[in-house]
Design a protein around this ligand. Structure first.
Ligand code: BG6
Length: 559
């Protein structure tokens, strides 16, 4: 299969209308056709290479709910190159046609069958291939190699191969080893520097989903296995938080504006909060979540990545390595959590039944495929201190939880009060508030800076006002969802938004003492919080101990 239908090389699947389906992001994701080269978040054109996209774990949740809808949507945007062929590798016996039907179904389920553009969908799903095999069966990989050779021979993938591991993490090592044994990990050409290089043909890339291990030892073990087969420049570790539009904007906000950098340090910043609150419970992911818990599921990958973007030094360039080197440096500067006082630094809790969004919801222990005496935490909070010149003494508080009062992810930078409270008398009620810069990652994407100002009138009375920017006021749509961004970036060879092995290991080092302390002391009486609230009292105490309190997230009073 080539760039079929007489389309020119490098053509894009696409169509010209906006159909306006919603997306789970706060702002709709655009379905409008895009020009051939739409702007990338880092300023360059979007130009993903055609490839054979091999997905391991094709029947799983991630493939159905995220990857396939994202590929279809890239087709709608006109970004997906013609000839991109999806190759499924799985244990289930399935023919190519039945596989194609499954993919189609995933798209229908996600967008609603009536909204899906049939001909476009057919183009996106043009002749997908399915290879049946066990993950540890060399013969399966030999069959896979034959299919990939066929695709290369007819020009479809142009020799480019992307292996996407969407399986449970326990399968990662065996798949990587088998790919190596089958000769499928050939480095071929790869971009040494995406920003400087031309797209190269004949690349092979490995895309790995989090979690990257369960702790430092297993992360290191996984990295060693991967390094035995692939070059690090072939490895794309996905953290979909980094691909969120608003997270990318954090770098722009910090480094494209002259006003923030001078105050972005211990002299002016009092403390920083990073919150990722969800209203969802564990849904159908009981077995995974039971093993993971909030610290491994959200804090170690996503929140520590957000932390590193807030705290890192300015990179010398926006190249992948320059950004990732700075992130690594600040992770290395995080003070180890003292093993003898973990409870002063970290809090865990589990939700019990309550009401979320007006609906009664079950306790975690009553969820599907969750142990009735489970100790798994569904809420975690962690305090970090950074031992470097910029941040010495400034606490960073990270918290995340399921079944909280509302879905909100935000970063709040709390600035210090002015050194002299000149207006104390004018404000006997004590409303002079420190300035807070809030970066709203989702939903209601945007940012706001709270400022004290004079209430108009004869008397000098103070009030707090917010300078606010909401993406929704100028943009009806975000250009890409996070999964679309990571897929395109991986197809382009742009590693900036992907986690490097050393960063992932460093994140495990940071949470290591907490994991160990929690494992050593199974929380028979794990703290609880009511579903629909803001977490356990212990989380408030963690902050109160330092004289701070958690911010009530933005616009909380609004429905
Ligand atoms: C995933 C976690 O990585 O991120 C889930 O495994 C969590 O438990 C999800 O719900 C949150 O992602 P988002 O993009 O909805 O904030």
């Amino acid at each position: 299969m080539s760039a079929s239908g007489g389309e020119p090389d490098g053509g894009r699947v696409g169509y010209d209308e906006t159909d306006g389906f919603g997306d789970e992001e706060g702002v709709n994701v655009s379905r409008a056709a895009r020009p051939e080269s739409a702007p990338s978040p880092f300023g360059g054109p979007r130009d993903p290479d055609t490839c054979s996209l091999v997905i391991f774990g094709v029947t799983g949740d991630l493939t159905r709910r995220k990857l396939i809808p994202a590929l279809y949507d890239l087709g709608c945007h006109g970004v997906l190159p013609f000839g991109t062929t999806i190759v499924g590798y799985g244990r289930q016996p399935l023919g190519d046609e039945a596989f194609r039907d499954q993919l189609h179904q995933a798209i229908d389920d996600h967008y609603g069958a009536e909204k899906v553009d049939g001909p476009l969908c057919d183009r996106v799903l043009e002749t997908p291939r399915y290879v049946q095999g066990q993950f540890d069966d060399p013969e399966g990989y030999a069959r896979l190699a034959t299919v990939l050779d066929e695709l290369d021979a007819d020009g479809s993938g142009r020799g480019n191969r992307m292996f996407y591991l969407a399986t449970p993490p326990s399968q990662f090592p065996v798949i990587v080893e088998q790919l190596g044994a089958a000769g499928l990990a050939r480095a071929g050409a790869f971009d040494t520097d995406h920003a400087a290089g031309e797209p190269v043909a004949g690349w092979t890339r490995l895309v790995v989903e989090k979690p990257f291990g369960r702790d430092l030892a297993t992360a290191h073990e996984l990295d060693t296995i991967i390094a035995g087969v692939f070059d690090e420049r072939q490895v794309y570790r996905i953290d979909h938080y980094l691909a969120k539009e608003t997270v990318q904007n954090l770098l722009v906000l910090r480094f494209a504006n002259g006003i923030f950098e001078p105050v972005w340090n211990r002299r002016y910043v009092d403390f920083v909060e990073i919150t990722a609150a969800e209203t969802l419970g564990v849904e159908h992911r009981g077995p995974y979540y039971e093993e993971a818990g909030a610290l491994r599921d959200m804090i170690t990958p996503h929140l520590i990545q957000l932390f590193s973007l807030v705290a890192m030094e300015p990179p010398v360039a926006f190249g992948a390595d320059a950004v990732r080197d700075e992130k690594l440096k600040v992770l290395r500067a995080v003070r180890p959590v003292p093993r003898d006082s973990v409870s002063d630094w970290a809090v865990r809790a589990q939700y019990v039944q309550g009401t979320v969004g007006g609906e009664q919801v079950l306790a975690y222990r009553a969820e599907e495929r969750v142990a009735p005496d489970s100790h798994t935490e569904t809420f975690a909070a962690l305090k970090l201190l950074v031992d470097n010149w910029r941040w010495q003494g400034v606490p960073f508080y990270l918290r995340t939880g399921k079944r909280l009062a509302r879905r909100v992810t935000e970063i709040a930078i709390h600035f210090k009060r002015p050194p002299v409270l000149l207006f104390r008398d004018a404000d006997p009620g004590g409303r002079v508030q420190p300035n807070v810069l809030v970066l709203r990652v989702q939903p209601d994407e945007g940012f706001s800076l709270s400022i004290d100002s004079k209430r108009p009138g004869h008397a000098v009375a103070l009030q707090q006002v917010a300078m606010d920017y909401s993406y929704g006021t100028t943009l009806h749509e975000l250009p890409f969802s996070a999964y679309e961004t990571v897929l395109v970036d991986a197809m382009e060879g742009d590693m900036t938004l992907f986690t490097r092995g050393d960063q992932a290991e460093e994140a495990w080092r940071i949470v290591g003492p907490v994991l160990e302390a929690w494992a050593a002391k199974p929380a028979r009486d794990i703290a609880i919080y009511e579903a629909g609230g803001w977490g356990p009292e212990a989380a408030d105490a963690l902050m109160a101990h330092d004289g701070h309190s958690w911010r009530r997230p933005w616009k909380e009073d609004q429905p």
